[in-house]
Design a protein around this ligand. Structure first.
Ligand SMILES: Nc1ncnc2c1ncn2[C@@H]1O[C@H](COP(=O)(O)OP(=O)(O)OP(=O)(O)O)[C@@H](O)[C@H]1O
Ligand SMILES: O=C(O)C1=C[C@@H](O)[C@@H](O)[C@H](O)C1
Ligand SMILES: [Mg+2]
Length: 172
């Protein structure tokens, strides 16, 4: 079985949550790209965006993924926008098994509503409209995954089980 898993997907699809469950089940290390950047830069993502700009954050995200793609026996959860870079997409494809998580607009809105640390969802305007627009802009970017799992209305246990079944039947 593949020894390095990448979780990709739009904000709030559950990458961090499911990554944690998978790492526990597989006894793999867990690395969250967003969290690693925050710890290295000593600033929250929203502060990084506000003070250094999105382009700076994207550069750090590329560097972080390049570093994390050397980790063995690891679940690597990525930021929602990591897939916008073709270099990041190629890196993930060649160095691991890529799992995309999806969820409906309504479910994403409910999940992210409480959390004010997602700068790209903080613009003025209705949250669901903003999410819908961003998902539309990012159409196709998550399609390179080896496996895509819809998480809408599903328990963490059931999502984890589906992924584990696919991993064990995968020849990679
Ligand atoms: N299957 C699920 N059912 C219900 N709630 C969930 C599910 N998965 C995640 N959540 C909740 O949704 C919120 C967002 O989840 P999480 O932080 O794992 O998403 P993410 O994909 O890592 O988001 P981001 O890209 O912003 O880092 C959390 O509060 C989490 O507890
Ligand atoms: O979808 C995005 O572009 C982002 C998702 C988050 O995980 C963070 O990486 C950041 O807020 C940007
Ligand atoms: Mg996350």
């Amino acid at each position: 079985m593949e020894r390095r898993l990448f979780l990709i997907g739009f904000m709030g699809t559950g990458k961090t949550t499911i990554g944690h469950a998978l790492a526990e089940e597989l006894q793999f290390a867990l690395y969250d790209s967003d969290r690693e950047i925050v710890s290295r830069e000593g600033m929250e993502i929203s502060e990084l965006f506000a003070e250094k700009g999105e382009a700076y954050f994207r550069r750090k995200e590329c560097e972080m993924l390049a570093e994390l793609s050397h980790c063995q026996d690891a679940v690597i959860t990525t930021g929602g926008g990591a897939v916008l870079s073709s270099a990041n997409r190629e890196l993930m494809s060649k160095s691991g098994y890529v799992i995309a998580l999806t969820a409906s607009v309504d479910e994403i809105a409910i999940r992210v509503e409480q959390d004010r640390n997602r700068p790209l969802l903080q613009s003025q305007g209705e949250l669901r409209t903003r999410i819908r627009e961003m998902i539309e802009q990012r159409k196709g970017y998550y399609d390179f995954a080896n496996l895509t799992v819809d998480t809408t209305g599903r328990s963490i246990e059931s999502i984890k089980t589906e992924i584990m079944q696919n991993l064990s039947s995968s020849s990679r």
